[in-house]
Structure formats: structure tokens, C-alpha cells
Design a protein around this ligand. Sequence first.
Ligand code: AP5
Ligand code: MG
Ligand code: ZN
Length: 227
Amino acid sequence: MQKGKNLKIIIVGPQGSGKGTQAEMIATEYKIANISTGVMFREAIKNQTDLGRAVQSIMMQGDLVPDKLTNELIKERLGKSDCKKGFILDGYPRNLAQAEYLLAIHNISHIFEIWVSDKEAIKRISGRRMCSCGMTYHLEYNPPKIAGVCDRCDGRLFLRDDDTEEAVKQRLKIYHQETESIISFFEKKGIHYRINGEQKIPNVYKDVNKILNKILNDNKKKKQTRY
Ligand code: AP5
Ligand code: MG
Ligand code: ZN
């Protein structure tokens, strides 16, 4: 039996809080689909698809892609067969309209909010290096074994186009103005968990994992009492 079956998780937090880092670890351990709207948009830009061309300049400035495009992309992605085993959504939803859209098409089991201060978020972004396979590194906090080369796939590491000072400031502003509102929305539904993101990567993961294990154990107990 797959460990994380039926986990339908949202991970939210400011830029640089470690959503991508933690989502990759959770998806690998619990064998669920890892879905990042940011990664999908960057892939579309790289391949210069219609979607990529439409979102390129919006992303470079650190603004949100229009809801219609984002919602359609997510609807299509969640319809794929790998999502039946559970999924983690990194970077979606990002405003109330997206949250309401998501709940109209899918149920969500829980949401992890990775909290970090703006100061820490900015520090993290400035040292970030990415690989096209999905791995994320940090020059100081999480360096690859060989400088500039991915540990997992030997790919060349690169900087993100939207990691400029202006775009970073804009993304943080939007986070506080728009994305934070989804936290109280899910809090009211009783499925929200806040994690202190200002700890070392494995310690953040330990906190996430503790909650996931508790939820999975509680679900198992509920099932046993039902039969
Ligand atoms: P997206 O790609 O989601 O970017 P973001 O939200 O700005 O978040 P980041 O990916 O920058 O940070 P992260 O939290 O994943 O941190 P990471 O793990 O990399 O979105 C990009 C753009 O796409 C948006 O601006 C928008 O234009 C568009 N978009 C996406 N979704 C959309 C939506 N739903 N609606 C509309 N538009 C949308 O970690 C950061 C660094 O810190 C790394 O170097 C990492 O190694 C390091 N690190 C991680 N954890 C720790 C730790 N605990 N201690 C020390 N270092 C750490
Ligand atoms: Mg990310
Ligand atoms: Zn790689």
C-alpha cells in the first residue's frame, strides 16, 4: 500500500520559504505527484509554447499570472492519472479566487504554511541555484557536492530569471496582499498547519513529517473502527 495515498496537500509560504525544497522531499517519500505552477510556467517559457509566451513578462516582473490561465492549467494537470495516488500543490492557490476554484473541482486534505520573515526570504533567494530536474540548492545553506552541478542528475545549475531584486520585492508584496488571505480561508476549514520555516531544511521536514504521520495514523485508526 502506498504510504501517502489520498494525501492532497497544499504548501504555501512566501518566496524563498522552502516550498519547492519541502515539496520535493514530501513527494519523494510519500510517492505523490509534485505539482508546482511556477515550474510548469517556467517549462512553458523554456519551450516557448503559447502559454509560455503569454506569461513570460508577467513572471519576470514578479506579478501573478491571470487566474483563468492558472486555473485551467491546474484543472488539466489534476486530471492526469498520477494525481489519483495523491498530490502536493506548490504555489497554487495564490489568492481567494484560485482557492475557491480549486475546492470546486477537488477536495484538499491539508495545507502546510511554511512561515519565514521577509528578511530571511530575501537572503534565501539571493543564494538559490536550480536544476531543470526539480532540485533546488543554496550556495551557503544547501550546496551541491560539486559547485554548479546537480547531485541527482549531473545537470548544470542555473539562476531563475525572476530572482532579480525588483521581482523578489514584488513577489513578497503580492504574497502579503493576496496569498496570505488563503491561510485564514483554510484555517476556518480546520486543515491548516503552520510550520516554522526558519530552521535547517531537515528540521523543517521533520516538523512536516510529524504532522503527516499523525494524520495518516489517525486515518488508519478511523478506518479500523469503521470495520
Ligand atoms: P514560484 O516558482 O512558485 O515562486 P515563489 O512562490 O516566488 O517561490 P520560490 O519558488 O521563489 O520559493 P520556494 O518557497 O519554492 O523556496 P525554495 O524551496 O526554492 O512562482 C514563480 C512565479 O510564477 C510567480 O511569481 C508568478 O508569476 C507565477 N505563478 C506561480 N504560481 C502561480 C499562481 N498560482 N497564480 C498566479 N501566478 C503564479 O528555497 C529557496 C532557497 O532557500 C533555495 O536556495 C533553498 O535551497 C533554500 N532553502 C530552502 N529551505 C531552507 C531552509 N530551511 N534553510 C536554509 N535555506 C533553505
Ligand atoms: Mg519554488
Ligand atoms: Zn538535476
